[in-house]
Design a protein around this ligand. Structure first.
Ligand code: ADP
Ligand code: MG
Length: 597
C-alpha cells in the first residue's frame, strides 16, 4: 500500500460486484481485519492487544503508512477503500483488503478509537466513534502509523453479544488468527498481549523457518520438509510435514494463496492426493504452504470473509501442488544437522557426527556379549556384504548414499519375536519388518508398473483360481491391466481363471490369495474412481499380502537387506496404508527421560 493512494468511495457498480459479507462476528474476525489493514499499510511491526478474550478490547497498532485527516475520516465509511477503484481491479487484487467495509463494520458495533499519522505529517488525527457515530475528531501527538482500539464489542447489539462464546474460546480464536498472519508475514514483527501480559514477541525480518521455530519449536520443525516447486506460472513453496506428523483434522494445515490465508476444496483434494499412500484415511499432514500465482489467475472475491479462493486454472494448481509435495517428501531433508528430523530419523546432513569406528562399538568389557550381536554395521549405499538370503527379502536396488532415513545403522536384533531394534547416529529405531517390507515391495512394484517393465515369473504349476461371481466379473473387466501388472492370467470358464505367472517382486504368494485381494480392492476403489487409484490400492494390497508375515523370524542377512531396502525407498516412514514402518527415539529424548538434561 503506497501512502499516497487516497481513499475513495466505491461506485455502486463496484459495490454490486463485491461478495458482500458480514465481516464482524467475533473478536477474532475484528482482529483479522485490523491485522490485514496493518499489513496492507506496509507495517514492519504490528502489536495486538486483547482484554477479556477481545470482548473488552481488541487493539492493533502498526508502524505502516498511516493516514491523513481526510483519509482517516473516510476510512470508517462503508465502501471506502484506497485499494481498488473499479470493477477490473477486483480481478487483480494484491492487497489483503479491498472491500472497504471492515473499519465501518467494526466502528458500527463497538466504541472505536482510530489514531493515525503519516510519517511526513507533524500531527496525527484521532477519531472517536461509538456505534457508528463520530463522537470526536482531534489532532493528536502519536507515532507514525495507525492504532485502532475497539472496545466493548457488540455493546450496542445485545443479540450478537449473546452469541459470543466463553472468554477462553474467543481467546483461542484470537490466538489462532494471530498465528495465521504471523506465518503469512514472517518478515513483519508481531507482538501479542493478552490481558496485559505479553504472550508473543516475534522478531521482525524473519524467514519462514525462523518463525516456525519460534512458534512451534524444533521438534516439529525437524519433521518438516522444504517445498519449492514451480510449474508454469504457479509456484508452491513452504514446508510440509513428514507423514508421521499428522493430525485428526486440518487445523494444522496453513495454506496461503498469494499471501492470503485461504482454503479451497481443490487444495484439499491435491493434498490428500499427494499423501495418498502415506497416511491412513482421516489423518491430515501438518503443513505450511504458500501458493503464488499471477493475481489474474485467482478469484479472491468469492467468500464474504475472503476465506476461500477460486482458481482460473484449477488443473495447473492441482498438479503443481501434488508434484511439489511429492518431490519434497521423496527427497532428503535440507535442514542443518542440529535441526535434523529427530522424530523422522532423517538422513544425516553434512557435518553430522560420523559413525563411531567399528572397534569402539562394544566396550572391551562386553566383548563376550558382542558375539550375541552378530549383525555387522550397515553402511547404507555400499554394496551388500553377503549374498542375498533365499526367499523372504528380495534383493535391493542399491540406494543413493545417505538418501534414506539413516546414514548408518547397527542392527541389534529382534524383540518380541517381531520388532527389529537398531542403533543409528541419532538414536534408537524400532522397525516393524512387515510394514517395512510392504513399503519396499510397494515402491518396487509401482516403479516397474510406471516404467511398463514388470518382471513376471512363470509358475511351475499354473494355478486355477475360482472367484466369487462379483470378483470374477471385476477381474474379467481388468484383465489387460492385470497382465500389465505381471499377472499371467487367462479366463478358464465360469468364474475360474488360470494363473501361470506372477509379478516377480511379489515373491511366493499364492495366486488365489493375490487375485482375490486384488479383486476386492477393485471394488473398494470403484467409488474412489480413477485407474491410478485402483492400481495403487491393488498394489498396496498385494504388497501387504506378499510382505513377510509379522511373526516370521528373520535371519541377520534378511534383516540387513530389509533395512537397506527401506532406507532406499522414497517414503521410508510409513507402509502404503499409512502405518509407521519405524519408530524412533532420539538420544536427546533418551537423555531427557533419564534426566540428563
Ligand atoms: P479495505 O481494507 O477493504 O480497503 P477497510 O475498511 O479495512 O477496507 O479500510 C478502509 C481504508 O482505510 C483502507 O483502504 C486504507 O486506505 C485505510 N486504512 C485502514 N486501516 C489502515 C491502516 N492500519 N493503515 C493505513 N491505512 C489504513
Ligand atoms: Mg481492510
Amino acid at each position: 500500500m503506497a501512502a499516497s493512494s487516497h481513499i475513495r468511495l466505491l461506485s455502486d457498480a463496484v459495490i454490486n460486484k463485491i461478495a458482500a459479507g458480514e465481516v464482524v462476528d467475533r473478536p477474532a474476525s475484528v482482529l483479522k481485519e485490523l491485522l490485514e489493514n496493518g499489513l496492507d499499510a506496509g507495517a514492519g511491526r504490528v502489536t495486538v492487544e486483547v482484554v477479556a478474550g477481545g470482548r473488552k478490547l481488541i487493539a492493533v497498532s502498526d508502524d505502516g503508512s498511516g493516514m491523513g485527516r481526510d483519509d482517516a475520516l473516510l476510512s470508517i465509511e462503508r465502501h471506502a477503500t484506497s485499494k481498488i477503484r473499479d470493477v477490473d481491479d477486483i480481478e487483480n487484487v494484491v492487497t489483503l483488503g479491498f472491500r472497504g467495509e471492515a473499519l465501518a463494520a467494526i466502528a458500527a458495533v463497538s466504541q472505536l478509537t482510530l489514531t493515525t499519522r503519516t510519517p511526513e505529517a507533524e500531527a496525527g488525527t484521532e477519531i472517536t466513534v461509538a456505534g457508528g457515530k463520530i463522537q470526536d475528531v482531534r489532532e493528536a501527538g502519536c507515532p507514525a502509523g495507525t492504532a485502532v482500539r475497539a472496545r466493548n464489542l457488540f455493546y450496542n447489539v445485545p443479540a450478537r453479544r449473546k452469541f459470543l462464546r466463553s472468554e477462553q474460546t474467543e481467546l483461542s480464536h484470537v490466538r489462532q488468527t494471530f498465528l495465521v498472519y504471523a506465518l503469512s508475514h514472517p518478515a513483519v514483527g508481531l507482538t501479542l498481549r493478552v490481558d496485559e501480559r505479553e504472550v508473543w514477541r516475534l522478531a521482525a525480518g524473519a524467514k519462514l523457518e525462523d518463525r516456525l521455530l519460534e512458534l512451534f519449536g524444533g521438534d516439529l520443525v525437524k519433521q518438516l520438509r522444504p517445498v519449492d516447486f514451480q510449474s508454469g506460472e504457479v509456484r508452491l513453496h513452504g514446508y510440509t510435514g513428514l507423514p508421521q506428523l499428522n493430525r485428526g483434522d486440518r487445523s494444522d494445515q496453513y495454506i496461503f494463496v498469494n499471501g492470503r490465508p485461504a482454503g479451497a476444496p481443490l487444495l484439499h483434494y491435491a493434498l490428500s492426493e499427494a499423501y495418498h499412500t502415506l497416511l491412513p484415511r482421516g489423518r491430515y499432514p501438518v503443513l505450511f504452504l504458500f501458493l503464488e500465482l499471477p493475481p489474474g489467475q485467482l478469484d479472491v472475491n468469492v467468500h464474504p470473509a475472503k476465506k476461500e479462493v477460486r482458481f482460473r486454472n484449477p488443473g495447473a494448481v492441482r498438479d503443481t501442488v501434488i508434484e511439489g509435495l511429492r518431490r519434497a517428501l521423496g527427497s532428503p531433508p535440507a535442514v542443518a544437522e542440529d535441526a535434523a528430523p529427530a522424530g523422522a530419523m532423517s538422513s544425516v546432513a553434512p557435518g553430522a557426527a560420523p559413525p563411531p569406528p567399528a572397534e569402539n562399538w562394544f566396550p572391551a568389557g562386553m566383548a563376550a556379549g558382542a558375539a550375541a550381536f552378530p549383525y555387522p554395521r550397515l553402511a547404507m549405499g555400499s554394496p551388500l556384504g553377503r549374498p542375498p538370503a533365499a526367499g523372504v527379502v528380495p534383493p535391493v536396488d542399491s540406494p543413493a548414499p545417505g538418501s534414506g532415513p539413516w546414514a548408518w545403522c547397527r542392527v541389534l536384533g529382534q524383540v518380541g519375536g517381531l520388532y527389529v531394534v537398531m542403533e543409528t547416529s541419532e538414536g534408537v529405531v524400532l522397525m516393524d519388518p512387515h510394514a517395512a517390507h510392504e513399503r519396499v515391495l510397494f515402491e518396487r512394484f509401482m516403479k516397474e508398473i510406471l516404467a511398463h517393465h514388470v518382471h513376471s515369473q512363470g509358475l511351475l504349476t499354473p494355478e486355477t483360481v475360482a472367484l466369487l461371481p462379483q470378483d470374477a466379473r471385476r477381474v474379467r473387466e481388468q484383465l489387460d491391466l492385470l497382465r500389465e501388472m505381471g499377472f499371467g492370467i487367462s479366463e478358464f470358464g465360469a468364474d475360474t481363471f488360470l494363473v501361470d505367472a506372477l509379478p516377480v517382486c511379489l515373491g511366493n504368494v499364492s495366486a488365489t490369495t493375490l487375485l482375490a485381494e486384488v479383486a476386492g480392492t477393485m471394488e473398494r476403489a470403484g467409488s474412489r474412481g480413477g485407474m491410478e487409484h485402483w492400481a495403487e490400492e491393488a498394489i498396496a494390497q498385494a504388497a501387504c499380502k506378499a510382505a513377510v508375515k509379522a511373526r516370521d523370524r528373520l535371519s541377520a542377512g534378511e534383516i540387513e537387506q530389509l533395512v537397506r531396502a527401506l532406507a532406499g525407498t522414497a517414503m521410508p516412514y510409513t507402509c502404503p496404508h499409512g502405518r509407521p514402518t519405524v519408530i524412533f527415539m532420539s538420544f536427546n529424548e533418551l537423555h531427557r527421560k533419564f534426566g540428563r538434561a
